[in-house]
Design a protein around this ligand. Structure first.
Ligand code: FAD
Length: 454
């Protein structure tokens, strides 16, 4: 393991964790010319049966990497709708009609298993740029020697790599190897997830929400933890419901998705006696009802030590309320792909990871903090955050609220160039600050570089 300026060279990279983040970084790094091995603790790098959203800031990298997005069978979202808790009438609607035209990419809603398979294929398949990544299952990382780059696995095996990416999720072992102890606490809300088969709902005479092609929310107004989040996936065939309620009404912090059995439907309906009857009837035919434990992590102080870095939930776990966890993992992967690509990597791993740290930590932290705020105020959620005419609109700081503009106008190449210039003592003259164009007016009226600094 070492950091020498030798000119671009092919690295032998170890990725710990084969989830959405691990597969994404394997794609980005194989395309950058490196040899990648993914170590996954499970016997199959699988995923849970629920939706996952991928806004334009994530989707753009899937296209840049030539991922076959159609294989993920996404629903392309047309709207974000916040509905009244009791009546179901729309309270705040954010139209995504011009979204692709403005941002160049659509807002996809995937089924997690399909998204994972799509990414796994792109990482491992023979076709595509670079050498296929290797997936090694049943390898749970137990320790890493930072000086030598030797990984020790629970099964007794060892492996040595020049660069190691810890993509091992919210309970990351790699994070501990870097000396980070998370400051965390259970969230004030709990979540149960349920799947509803669209065909079954329609056959029972219920509202066909799949027709809206929208991410729909019931409740979530300021100060309340009761919120239903509905996302259609699998081309609309499946409706994935995330149901939030105060932790006092049901505590699942000690359960995990994978080892918990399905919960009874009465437990799902219990906290919601006054919920809009149309959606309540959907929940009543919900299947695979599982708790999703929620923890709030304070931002970590750094993302790398030596030649080992963190990515995705391992580096910045966040509450689900901005639907940006997967996108942030994809952005992390994109950053590593660019930094270790032929254009910027000059053989100095330390320099590349210092820039990775400098660009990813602030952006992910910003989203992480906005996600914690949106947990109890839907007006803080990207999209609704720009709907200032909503009767109940109230946010903590109008000028600093997180918006679609900040997420999607971001130019990662410019951010990297600015930070690389700083590292190398060179001048950066492009009209950008931290990846955002100077002069960009945000929905709040604040202007980047004038009264808004990312
Ligand atoms: C039910 C659910 C719904 C979600 N919905 C959304 C959404 O709508 N939008 C959104 O943006 N985000 C969502 N998220 C969050 C999002 O999925 C994550 O932020 C994102 O997947 C980041 O993935 P990751 O690869 O960093 O971690 P993970 O997906 O947790 O993957 C980590 C991988 O590492 C493996 N692993 C763990 N420990 C070890 C070890 N010691 N050694 C080797 N391997 C190890 C695990 O088995 C796993 O495969 C959701 C999460 C869940 C659980």
């Amino acid at each position: 393991m070492g950091s020498h300026v030798t000119g671009w060279r092919r690295l032998n990279v170890g990725v710990i964790g084969g989830g959405i983040g691990g597969m994404s970084v394997a794609i980005a790094l194989r395309r950058a010319g490196h040899e990648v091995t993914i170590y996954e603790k499970a016997d199959f790098a699988g995923e849970v049966g629920a939706s996952v959203s991928c806004a334009a800031n994530g989707t753009r990298w899937l296209h840049e990497w030539d991922v076959d997005v159609a294989r993920g069978d996404p629903v392309v979202l047309k709207k974000l709708i916040n509905r009244d808790w009791k009546t179901g009438e729309p309270v705040s609607v954010y139209d995504l009609d011009d979204y692709e035209a403005r941002w160049g990419h659509v807002y996809n809603m995937f089924h997690r298993q399909y998204m994972h398979r799509m990414l796994k294929d792109a990482a491992l398949q023979d076709t595509g740029k670079g050498a296929p990544a290797m997936l090694v299952v049943n390898h749970a990382c137990e320790a890493i020697d930072l000086a030598s780059g030797v990984i020790t696995f629970r099964n007794g095996a060892t492996a040595q790599h020049e660069l190691i990416v810890g993509a091992d999720g919210i309970g990351s072992v790699v994070r501990g190897c870097l000396g980070i102890t998370p400051a965390k606490r259970p969230a004030d809300s709990s979540c149960l997830h349920a799947n509803v088969d669209t065909q079954q709902a329609v056959a029972a005479g219920l509202v066909d929400y799949s027709q809206d092609a929208a991410l729909e929310y019931w409740g979530g107004q300021e100060g309340t933890f009761d919120k239903i989040v509905l996302s259609p996936c699998n081309g609309g065939k499946l409706l994935s419901y995330y149901c939030f309620f105060p932790r006092a009404k049901g505590d699942y912090v000690n359960q995990s998705w994978s080892d918990s059995a399905d919960r009874p439907v009465e437990e799902l309906l219990g906290p919601y006696p006054n919920l809009d009857a149309n959606v309540r009837l959907h929940l009543a035919i919900g299947k695979e009802i599982r708790p999703w434990r929620l923890w709030v992590h304070e931002p970590y102080p750094y993302l790398f030590r030596g030649a080992v870095c963190l990515l995705g939930d391992a580096g910045h776990p966040m509450m689900p309320h901005q639907s940006q966890g997967a996108c942030m993992a994809i952005e992390d992967a994109a950053a590593l792909g660019i930094l270790f690509g032929p254009r910027y990597f000059q053989g100095d791993i330390d320099e590349a990871l210092a820039v990775y740290n400098a660009i990813r930590l602030p952006r992910a932290t910003r989203v992480q903090q906005a996600a914690a705020k949106a947990a109890y105020n839907i007006n803080e959620r990207i999209g609704f955050s720009a709907n200032k005419s909503t009767a109940t609109y109230k946010v903590e700081d109008e000028k600093r609220v997180l918006t679609i503009e900040e997420m999607n106008a971001y130019d990662m190449y410019k951010d990297i160039e600015e930070q690389l210039a700083a590292q190398r003592g060179e001048l950066f003259t492009a009209n950008f600050i931290k990846g955002l164009p100077i002069g960009l007016e945000l929905p709040s009226g604040a202007v980047v570089g004038k009264d808004f600094f990312p």
